[in-house]
Design a protein around this ligand. Structure first.
Ligand SMILES: Nc1ncnc2c1ncn2[C@@H]1O[C@H](COP(=O)(O)OP(=O)(O)OP(=O)(O)O)[C@@H](O)[C@H]1O
Ligand SMILES: [Mg+2]
Length: 442
């Protein structure tokens, strides 16, 4: 992960319009971690990450930024909702489980890398296992000429398996050796270990039943797992994964405002909210968390928290927690121009999505530029007049405009349909002008 801050911002620009302050802060935080890793160990230990708090009203791109980062990053990264956790002692997931989730994520990254490194070994293993099922072995006593023939057959069979020609054939596989992986990251490591030993015991009892008829196609992926388990040294994978999570791990803590105690709703506050905040303190500050794969120190894990803070304010978080998120960035609410750009310039824009969906019905949807401007203007006005729900307003607005044509798409098969400014006005002007109406419809 050695993208420069500018490169990270450029990547995010493809999907998120504006919000430059947030993008820059995050890009810089990521680069700082990379810089830190290049230093000698004593220096490394001194440099603590500066956690980030992103504040911005709903629908302005907080979660979108993190989703895109997650896709791009090759460092351990998870996104969790703060509201999902409960105080230790209450029923539910405790906050330490997020660290365990991070380790699991790290392991899958390291595993994928190691599998890539050992690709040809794994490919060979898989191929041999399948071919030996398809082609019964030759008896030892076979003559030399038979052996030559057999060799030729073998090579031909290997080609056919590789090309996928044999994918539909079934073979019998003995899958007893595969460990069943449990989703146990929510469990404390002691219990997870017990669960694991149980699963091993059961696996050994069930041995005979594990012969399964599978297609060659399925066998390829099943045997891949087996090969990875046999050929990769899981102890070193785990150690490497722990090390990476410890030094490069990032946790995106979404909806942090949901665990703040606001004065406004004082009576209804859930007492466990403050408990979750208290439980978060040591993890964010740096402490040791034991996982099934070993103990991990959280000192250098970067936390990026985000919240709309509509009802509560950052100052409603307990002071100790506020202090642990020294970098604050605010996301701007979206202007008409931003909404227009979101529609036209993002890689995954809603307009492209609708065009693609309707192209399945052989209908060519064309948005005229005037129309797109009108959509942005009306969406912006609806945000101003009623609730500001950011870019999510575009979804409801577009849905309203396109519902009919979407329904009647079959009648337009092979034709094109133009979304004009008049059509947009027709469908929406009245609704947007009328506050009461737009509260319901948009
Ligand atoms: N600045 C932006 N650029 C491009 N798309 C955006 C932008 N802001 C929001 N969107 C789009 O709007 C939708 C909602 O955005 P997102 O999930 O990031 O909201 P949020 O800020 O996390 O809101 P909440 O506080 O409600 O969780 C997403 O589909 C996203 O793609
Ligand atoms: Mg969000």
């Amino acid at each position: 992960m050695n993208l420069t801050p500018k490169e990270i911002v450029a990547y995010l620009d493809k999907y998120v319009i504006g919000q430059n302050a947030a993008k820059k802060t995050i890009a810089l935080a990521l680069r700082t971690r990379y810089r830190r890793m290049q230093l000698d160990e004593t220096m490394q230990n001194e440099i603590m990450p500066k956690n980030i708090l992103m504040i911005g009203s709903t629908g302005v791109g907080k979660t979108e930024i993190s989703r895109r980062l997650a896709k791009m990053m090759s460092v351990p990264f998870i996104k969790v909702e703060a509201s999902k956790y409960t105080e230790v002692g209450f029923v539910g997931r405790d906050v330490e489980s997020m660290i365990r989730d991070l380790v699991v994520n790290s392991i899958s990254i390291v595993k994928a890398e190691k599998e890539e490194e050992n690709k040809s070994k794994i490919d060979n293993y898989v191929l041999n296992r399948i071919v030996e099922k398809l082609l019964p072995p030759l008896p030892e006593s076979a003559s030399e000429s038979k052996k030559d023939d057999y060799q030729r057959l073998l090579e031909a069979m290997e080609k056919r398996v590789e090309s996928g020609e044999m994918d539909d054939k079934t073979i019998e596989l003995d899958l007893a050796k595969l460990n069943i992986e449990f989703d146990d990251s929510g469990l404390p490591p002691e219990i997870a270990k017990v669960q694991e030993s149980f699963s091993k015991v059961f696996a050994s009892i069930n041995k005979e039943d594990n012969k399964k008829e599978v297609t060659v196609k399925d066998a390829k992926s099943l045997l891949r797992q087996e090969a990875a388990q046999k050929l990769l040294d899981s102890a070193s994978v785990n150690a490497e994964a722990l090390r990476r999570a410890e030094n490069g791990g990032i946790i995106f803590l979404d909806e942090i405002d949901k665990i703040a105690l606001s004065e406004k709703s004082a009576g209804r506050n859930d007492p466990s909210k403050e408990g979750v905040q208290r439980d978060l303190l040591p993890i964010v500050e740096g402490s040791s968390v034991s996982t099934k794969y070993g103990t991990i120190n959280t000192d250098h894990i970067l936390f990026i928290a985000a919240g709309a803070f509509h009802v509560s304010k950052p100052s409603d978080l307990i002071p100790e927690l506020q202090g642990r998120f020294p970098l604050r960035v605010e996301l701007e609410s979206l202007t008409e121009e931003t909404l227009y750009k979101i529609l036209t310039q993002t890689e995954n824009s809603l307009l492209k999505q609708y065009e693609a969906l309707l192209s399945v019905e052989n209908l060519t949807l064309i948005f005229e530029d005037d129309a797109v401007r009108a959509i942005a203007r009306l969406a912006h006005r609806a945000n101003e007049n009623t609730e500001d729900i950011g870019a999510r307003r575009l979804h409801t607005v577009l849905e309203n405009i396109l519902e009919e044509i979407s329904y009647d798409a079959d009648e337009y098969s092979g034709k094109e349909f133009r979304i004009t400014q008049e059509l947009v006005q027709d469908k929406l002007q009245e609704v947007v002008e009328d506050d009461d109406l737009s509260r319901y419809i948009l």
